[in-house]
Design a protein around this ligand. Structure first.
Ligand SMILES: Nc1ncnc2c1ncn2[C@@H]1O[C@H](COP(=O)(O)OP(=O)(O)O)[C@@H](O)[C@H]1O
Ligand SMILES: [Mg+2]
Length: 317
């Protein structure tokens, strides 16, 4: 058992099922973090949403939708007096955040592939009425073959009423959430928010993959917030960013959520011209990058951060 990751809410352990070779990622959360009944309920939202996305269901358009192939699979939920545990399929490629911190930025072709799979994942998520609300590179895993896998639905929200066309009023929520760099202007301004917050975060992520830094980088968090609310997106001259990618990013980083690309039009954007979305939605495009894995090692953790691997696999702290 080893520590492979740690976020704001949880510690994630790599463990092997007793009497087998099967590896799982166990996400452990302290129950004491939930100080009220409401907070404990929010902790249970994550497994509930994962379960829902892991089964086929009729979506807002009345179409039967298969299980979302880009969402991490939840196997079991269990608990002891102090903790809540989720057993998830383990993805050995690490997360996109670790990849970006090691490489700086990504090749335009690889970025477009990840953007394509993120769009396939998000449009399917939104069609089911689920907003992720914490999209960032650390929450995007890379599987063995190089496809993306969305994880960390700890801040996600499922709406029971899903708009079926672009002009319909969308259900919205008020709670502040997300991570500083990826948070949208409407959340910062404490306005009601909905599906477009994920599209904003996608814009920040695609910019970061191509340029190597976030578009609203600043020395302090208040300065960053100020830039998110006011500044136009600028692309540095030293980086070659394809024009269609710039247009795509600008249409995601619209301050007004109404003007942002949405699940109704994002797949038609010229950044994705010549792309077969049926193929993309079914994970049939071959990933341009396959994570390096050492098949001779029984447990390969080279794609995870050393600081986590060095941690003692204990539950305190
Ligand atoms: N199923 C998994 N397979 C491989 N690594 C994982 C898996 N789930 C999480 N991780 C790693 O652990 C980190 C923290 O997990 P996450 O669910 O995001 O917790 P938190 O809610 O605390 O942010 C992730 O950024 C990722 O690096
Ligand atoms: Mg996380």
């Amino acid at each position: 058992m080893r520590v492979i990751g740690k976020g704001a809410a949880a510690k994630v352990f790599l463990s092997r099922k007793k009497g087998s070779d099967q590896l799982y990622a166990i996400k452990a959360q302290k129950r004491s973090r939930a100080t009220s009944g409401k907070a404990l309920k929010q902790m249970l939202v994550e497994p509930a949403i994962l379960k829902q996305l892991g089964t086929e269901q009729t979506n807002a358009d009345g179409k039967l939708q298969p299980r979302n192939p880009f969402v991490v699979k939840l196997r079991w939920v269990f608990s002891d007096e102090a903790h809540l545990f989720f057993a998830l399929d383990f993805h050995p490629g690490g997360d996109l955040g670790t990849m970006l911190s090691r490489r700086g930025s990504l090749h335009p072709g690889l970025t477009r592939f990840y953007a394509m799979e993120l769009v396939a994942a998000l449009t399917a998520l939104h069609a089911r009425g689920v907003v992720h609300r914490d999209l960032k590179p650390e929450n995007v895993l890379i599987d063995e073959e190089g496809h993306i896998v969305l994880t960390d639905f700890g801040l996600a929200k499922a709406f029971s009423r899903i708009p079926s066309h672009a002009d319909e009023e969308v259900p919205r929520t008020m709670s502040f959430c997300g991570t500083a760099e990826y948070v949208s202007p409407e959340v910062l301004a404490s306005l009601p928010h909905s599906f477009p917050v994920d599209m904003w975060s996608l814009g920040v992520m695609v910019y970061e993959m191509l340029v190597g830094v976030s578009p609203f980088m600043a020395k302090t968090t208040p300065e960053m917030y100020h830039r998110i609310l006011r500044d136009k997106v600028i692309f540095p001259e030293y980086k070659r960013v394809p024009q269609k990618a710039k247009d795509f990013i600008r249409e995601l980083l619209q301050k007004n959520p109404v003007h942002r690309l949405s699940r109704f039009n994002i797949k038609e954007h010229s950044y994705f011209s010549n792309l077969n979305w049926t193929f993309a939605d079914e994970k049939r495009y071959t990933p341009p990058y396959v994570p390096r894995l050492d098949n001779s090692a029984t447990v390969d953790t080279q794609n995870f951060e050393q600081v986590f691997l060095d941690m003692e696999p204990i539950l305190i702290g």
